[in-house]
Write a protein that binds this ligand. Structure first.
Ligand code: XMP
Length: 317
């Protein structure tokens, strides 16, 4: 019978056998899968696991610092890399969502590769690939593979001639969470909503500037913190704010404003393939809207997305 403890025990033994004294590099994203993969590898090979966590400037507010801190707390051998400016430079002026994704993927590979080269004699690339990712990348017709160029899987550049080790590639998401819990990983990491690799870049419609990212981070933080304090966060499959570069008229005191729109999105889903919008309580929506409009400069209107998938995707880009 499958239990998290038996999985952990056999996987650690198998990893030790397979890796011996070899070194492994692994990119952490702050998400569940890469975190659980990293902790398993850490238990198996300790300091021979070299983790890399890239700040692409497109993460949630304070996320890089907080997540880096909790990884260090877990004892992981981890290097945080501030590459914000490289990503902003590559994104400057890009509007097309696929071009934005490609630019982010390209810069990530460059930054990761630079960092990986600093690990002497590294032999392996560790990845948090889970079973559904394996299936999805095999059946190229999967909607998410064809409609949007997801780059969670297969982003290995040719020049990194590393062997791949994927300790979670037989598990489903709920099993990964159970393993993570049995490993004692921070519940805040295990319970996180899915968050796309390109991050806030695909939640800002059109071109990206550091100013727009900062506005969206503030609005998103107010939104997510309110979902948490209302006890709703864990009931929602995924939530996030979207920056709409649409200006509309408002009044603030006796001033007329002409500012942007924040859209709130929250969905229920099982696997992200289909999704229904969440019927969040009106009182909660009212509180979030007031807080955003009163505290986030540059926003004078908040709307709620009431579209289900299909046909509307979860992300706006
Ligand atoms: P959509 O927007 O296609 O999203 O309904 C389904 C799920 O996939 C996530 N998503 C992405 N994840 N890179 C990722 O790693 C991407 O480019 C990407 N686009 C969407 C989305 O957040 C949702 O969980």
């Amino acid at each position: 019978d499958w239990t998290p403890d038996s999985f952990i025990e056999t996987t650690i033994a198998a990893l030790r056998e397979k890796l011996g004294d070899d070194k492994v590099v692994l990119g952490l994203s702050g998400g569940v899968d890469s975190s659980v993969a990293a902790v398993l590898l850490h238990h198996a090979i300790g300091k021979n696991l070299h983790c890399i966590f890239v700040d692409n400037g497109l993460l949630r507010k304070d996320e890089f610092e907080q997540v880096l801190e909790s990884y260090k707390h877990m004892g992981l051998n981890i290097k945080g890399i501030d590459a914000k400016q490289r990503f902003y430079d590559a994104l400057a002026g890009l509007i097309d969502p696929e071009k934005k994704r490609k630019a982010i993927g390209r810069v990530f590979i460059e930054v990761f590769d630079d960092a990986a080269h600093e690990v002497q004699d590294v032999k392996w690339l560790g990845q948090g690939t889970i079973y559904p990712d394996v299936i999805e990348s095999v059946s190229v017709k999967g909607p998410s593979a064809t409609i949007k160029s997801h780059h969670n899987v297969g982003g290995l550049p040719d020049f990194m001639k590393l062997k791949v080790v994927e300790p979670l590639n037989t598990l489903f998401k709920d099993e990964v969470r159970k393993v993570g819990k049995a490993l004692g990983i921070d519940p805040n990491i295990l319970g996180r909503h899915p968050f796309p690799g390109p991050g806030l870049a695909i939640r800002i419609l059109g071109d990206i500037t550091p100013e727009k990212v900062a506005i969206l981070q503030e609005a998103d933080a107010i939104y997510i913190n309110n979902l948490r304090s209302a006890g709703v966060y864990d009931k929602v499959w995924q939530a996030g704010a979207i920056f709409l570069p649409v200006q509309s008229v408002g009044v603030m005191g006796d001033e007329r404003t002409y500012e942007n729109v924040i859209c709130l999105r929250a969905v229920e889903s099982v696997d992200g393939m289909t999704a229904d919008w969440c019927h969040l309580p009106y009182d909660l929506l009212a509180k979030i809207s007031n807080e955003i409009i009163n505290n986030v400069k540059g926003i004078n209107r908040v709307v709620y997305d009431i579209s289900s998938k299909p046909p509307a995707t979860i992300e706006w880009e």
